[in-house]
Design a binder for this molecule. Structure first.
Ligand code: ADP
Length: 244
């Protein structure tokens, strides 16, 4: 949570946010599946102004070999922001933030995957953020789960994701970059909607226990909306390819 921009009206008298949304409204989400020919699975997501491409490779041999597990396949995940993804040029070298996000996305995907049939192999997930506008880890996580499904990796459930937060003393769904910078709390959530299990939970900011509960419930409502778009995106690929 950054310093407050005094000119920015985060929530007006009619309950409308700085980008015109209501408090319980997500940004527009579109997902396209199977966009990379050379990947085993792929997805492109636009989550508001976030634009993120995910390629999945594997199960394939692990290099370096000492990382291989003889009992199960492993998953690795790289989250990378392109230098032009934010207003100031971003250094292309991996930052601490990118390493952290790669780790939390990997850990958020892991419980959804069934990798014990693929011992000694890895499933590699490459996330390229082309444009970031707040909430990129949730957008990336949702796209990565779709790309894994596109790659045919066995899974217990899809992982959907959406953040909620506190802006102008109000709990709002899916905070954007301006709200993230000037708001009071940001809570990204990853969720397996059929199993009802949370796989990613982070909180930046301070909430009372009532706000905390409301924020989590709000984020899960957003997750379920994203899930419907994920499912539709996968179905669209099969219909486009002429399958029934
Ligand atoms: P998330 O994107 O998951 O919300 P953060 O809360 O760390 O992750 O970042 C919020 C937003 O801040 C990002 O989506 C992006 O728009 C912006 N941002 C992140 N890193 C940089 C950077 N190096 N330079 C400029 N803006 C950045």
């Amino acid at each position: 949570m950054g310093g407050r921009d005094t000119d920015l009206v985060l929530l007006d008298a009619n309950g409308i946010r700085c980008d015109g949304r209501k408090v319980d409204e997500t940004r527009k989400v579109t997902i396209k599946v199977g966009v990379l020919k050379n990947a085993n699975g792929s997805a492109y997501i636009e989550f508001g102004n976030n634009k993120i491409l995910v390629g999945v490779f594997g199960p394939r041999d692990v290099h370096p070999k000492h990382l291989a597990n003889t009992d199960t396949g492993i998953i690795r995940c790289r989250y990378h922001m392109s230098p032009f993804s934010v207003t100031e040029r971003k250094n292309p070298a991996p930052s601490r933030r990118e390493i952290e996000i790669g780790k939390v996305i990997k850990e958020a995907l892991q419980p959804s995957l069934i990798l014990d049939k693929f011992p000694r192999t890895t499933v590699d997930v490459f996330i390229e953020v082309l444009q970031a506008d707040g909430g990129s880890r949730c957008a990336a996580l949702a796209a990565a789960s779709v790309a894994l499904a596109d790659a045919g990796i066995p899974m217990r459930d899809m992982v959907c994701a959406c953040a909620a937060g506190k802006v102008a003393d109000t709990i709002v769904l899916d905070i954007n970059n301006e709200e993230d910078q000037a708001g009071q709390a940001d809570m990204p959530v990853g969720y397996m909607p059929n199993l009802g299990k949370i796989t990613l939970f982070q909180l930046d900011g301070v909430l009372t226990s009532d706000e905390y509960k409301k924020c989590l419930e709000t984020a899960i409502v957003g997750c379920k909306q994203v899930y419907e778009i994920q499912k539709q995106a996968i179905q669209n690929k099969f219909f486009e390819n002429g399958a029934d």
